[in-house]
Design a protein around this ligand. Structure first.
Ligand code: SF4
Length: 231
C-alpha cells in the first residue's frame, strides 16, 4: 500500500513548476545542485540543530523507528501520553502527503504547537506556503488523534545574529487550507501523467534556481547548434 505520493518539498517544487515536480519524483538523478546550494542547505541544518537544542529532551522520530514508512505511526504512538512531549522530525500523513515537522511540542493536556525552522531573516511567501502545506496535513492528521488539539503553528526564523525569532502563521495557514487541498489534487494528477511539457522561463529561477535547468536546456536529439562561421 502506498502511504504517500507527495512530500512537503515536492509540493513546494510543484508550486514552482509541474515539470520540476514530475522530475523530482521520477528522475531526481537529473537534478544538479551547485556547491553554494549545498552549503546553504548545510547552514540551514546547522541553525535547525541549534534551535532544536533549545527544546530540550526531544525525541527524534526518525531515529526511534526503522524507516520513513513507520515514522507516522511512531509519531502517533509517541504523542499518546499524558506527559509534556517534544518530538523532532515528527511525521504526519494526510491525503497521501507526508510532512516531517522540525519540532512538535505537546503539553500534558494535549495541546500541540508545531515549529518550522528556517535559517532566514525574511518571511517569504515560500515559507508561508511551506507552513500552510504542513498545517493542512497536520491539522487533518490530528483529527485522528482525539486527545490532541492544535494550538499554534509557528515559523522560527534567524534574527540575523543566529538567534531564533518566532512568528505564528496559524491564521495564514488556516486561510490557505482550501487552496492547498486543490493543489494537492492537481499535483497528484500531474504525477499520474507523462512528463509535462513546460518551456523554460522565469519560473526556472524563482523562487529558487531549479535543479533541472541543465536537463531542460538540453537540445532535443538531432537538433544541432548552428555554426555561424559556416554561413
Ligand atoms: S528548469 Fe524550468 S522548465 Fe525545467 S523543470 Fe525546472 S522550472 Fe521547470
Amino acid at each position: 500500500m502506498v502511504l504517500y505520493r507527495l512530500t512537503k518539498s515536492k509540493f513546494i517544487r510543484g508550486q514552482q513548476c509541474h515539470k520540476a515536480l514530475y522530475l523530482d519524483v521520477y528522475h531526481p538523478e537529473l537534478g544538479y545542485y551547485p556547491s553554494e546550494v549545498l552549503e546553504r542547505f548545510a547552514r540551514g541544518r546547522s541553525f535547525e540543530a541549534k534551535v532544536k537544542a533549545q527544546f530540550e529532551g526531544g525525541i527524534d522520530v526518525l531515529r526511534a523507528c526503522r524507516g520513513i514508512n513507520e515514522a507516522p505511526a511512531t509519531t502517533a504512538e509517541l504523542l499518546k501520553n499524558n506527559n509534556e512531549t517534544t518530538l523532532y522530525e515528527a511525521a504526519f500523513v494526510y491525503d497521501e502527503v507526508l510532512v516531517l515537522a522540525d519540532i512538535v511540542h505537546k503539553t500534558a493536556s494535549g495541546e500541540v504547537t508545531v515549529y518550522e525552522v528556517k535559517n532566514s531573516k525574511a518571511v517569504t511567501d515560500v515559507f508561508r506556503n511551506d507552513v500552510s502545506v504542513q498545517h493542512y496535513v497536520i491539522a487533518n492528521a490530528l483529527q485522528e488523534l482525539p486527545t490532541l488539539s492544535l494550538k499554534d503553528f509557528s515559523l522560527i526564523c534567524n534574527d540575523g545574529s543566529d538567534n531564533p525569532l518566532t512568528l505564528s502563521l496559524l491564521d495564514v495557514a488556516r486561510d490557505a487550507m482550501k487552496h492547498i487541498a486543490a493543489q494537492v489534487q492537481q499535483f497528484k494528477e500531474v504525477l499520474q501523467g507523462t512528463e509535462p511539457q513546460v518551456a523554460m522561463g522565469v519560473q526556472c529561477e524563482s523562487p529558487y534556481a531549479c535543479p533541472y535547468q541543465r536537463y531542460c536546456s538540453r537540445k532535443p536529439r538531432g537538433q544541432r547548434e548552428l555554426d555561424f562561421n559556416s554561413l
